[in-house]
Design a protein around this ligand. Structure first.
Ligand code: HEC
Length: 261
C-alpha cells in the first residue's frame, strides 16, 4: 500500500504538468535530416533572426556547416556576422543580465531545445505568435502563454491576431455535419481563440512562412543531436553484426553439444 502511495506521489507532478501545459491543437512535425536545403535555410534564418539573443553554445560553426554542405568561406561571409573563427562555438553577444531586465527572462541557449521541448512543440511555438497589445513586447504565444520573447519573425509572418473563425461543425460520429436542405453545404460554428492572419500583411505568404519555420525547427532538431543520422546508420551495422554473430554462436553451440545427446 505504501509503495502504491509513493508511486502515485511520483506520478502526480507529471500529470499536473501535462494537464496545465498546452491548450492548442498541435500541428504535426516530421523532421527530415536528409533534406540539406531545408537545414541550410534553417541555419540562414537562425543566424539572421535568433543568434542576436540565443546561443547554440554546445555546437561549433565548422561541424554544423560541414554537415550542411556549406563551404567555409561562404559561411564566414554570409552566416557569421561577428569576427568569430570557423572552429569556434556558436555563441551570442547578448548579455544575459541585461536581457533579463529587458524581457523578464534571459533568452536560453537553444542547442538542446528540440530535445527538451520536442521538435513538434518548437515548430508550433514558432508558428503561433500573435499580436497582443496587453503584453510588454506586444506579442503573445499559443503554446507558451505570456512568453517574454518578442515576435521576431513578425515581418515575415505578417499581422496575426487572436479572433473567431467559422469552422465545420463535427457530428458525433466524427465527420463534418452537412446541411440536409442544401446538398454539399457544411454546417459551421464559430470557434474563438483562433489565430487570424491579415491577408497580404507579411513578406511571406502563410504557406511560405510555414515552410520557413519548418526549416528553422528542422535545423534546431539537427543541432540537438548532430550524430543522429550516423547513429541510425551505425545501428543497422551493429544489428547485422549481431545477426551474423548469432548464426556462428548457434553453430558453435550445436558443435559443442553434438556428442552429449
Ligand atoms: C530579442 C531577443 C530574442 C530573439 C531575437 C529571439 N528570442 Fe527566443 N526568446 C527570447 C526570450 C527573452 C525568451 C524567454 C522567454 C520566457 O521565458 O518567457 C525566449 C525563448 C525562446 C524559446 C523557448 C525556450 C524554452 O524552452 O523556454 C524558444 C524555442 C526560442 N526563444 C526560439 C527562438 C528562435 C527560433 C528565434 C529566432 C527566430 C528567437 N527565439 C529569437 C528572446 C529572443
Amino acid at each position: 500500500m505504501r509503495k502504491l502511495f509513493l508511486l502515485l506521489l511520483l506520478c502526480l507532478p507529471a500529470t499536473v504538468w501535462s494537464a496545465t501545459e498546452i491548450n492548442w491543437d498541435m500541428k504535426p512535425f516530421d523532421p527530415d535530416l536528409e533534406n540539406k536545403p531545408s537545414l541550410q535555410n534553417g541555419m540562414r534564418l537562425y543566424m539572421n533572426y535568433c543568434i542576436g539573443c540565443h546561443s547554440l553554445k554546445f555546437q561549433r560553426y565548422e561541424r554544423t556547416v560541414d554537415f550542411l554542405g556549406i563551404p567555409h568561406e561562404l559561411a564566414l561571409e554570409k552566416l557569421i556576422f561577428t569576427d568569430q573563427k570557423i572552429g569556434e562555438l556558436i555563441t551570442t553577444a547578448m548579455d544575459p543580465e541585461k536581457a533579463k531586465a529587458w524581457f523578464g527572462a534571459a533568452p536560453p541557449d537553444l542547442t538542446m531545445v528540440a530535445k527538451v521541448r520536442g521538435p513538434e512543440w518548437l515548430y508550433n511555438y514558432l508558428g503561433t505568435f500573435y499580436q497582443d497589445d496587453s503584453r510588454p513586447m506586444g506579442a503573445n504565444n499559443k503554446v507558451f502563454p505570456n512568453v517574454g520573447m518578442p515576435n521576431v519573425l513578425a515581418d515575415l509572418q505578417g499581422v496575426v491576431t487572436e479572433g473567431c473563425v467559422q469552422v465545420p461543425k463535427i457530428a458525433p460520429n466524427g465527420g463534418e455535419m452537412r446541411d440536409p436542405l442544401v446538398p454539399g453545404k457544411a454546417i459551421t460554428e464559430e470557434k474563438c481563440g483562433e489565430l487570424v492572419h491579415e491577408a497580404g500583411s507579411g513578406l511571406y505568404t502563410p504557406e511560405a512562412f510555414d515552410a520557413a519555420i519548418y526549416d528553422l525547427s528542422n535545423f534546431l532538431y539537427y543541432v540537438a543531436e548532430p550524430t543522429r543520422l550516423e547513429r541510425h546508420r551505425l545501428g543497422i551495422f551493429v544489428l547485422l553484426f549481431l545477426v551474423i554473430l548469432g548464426c556462428f554462436t548457434y553453430l558453435l553451440n550445436r558443435e559443442y553439444w553434438k556428442d552429449i545427446h
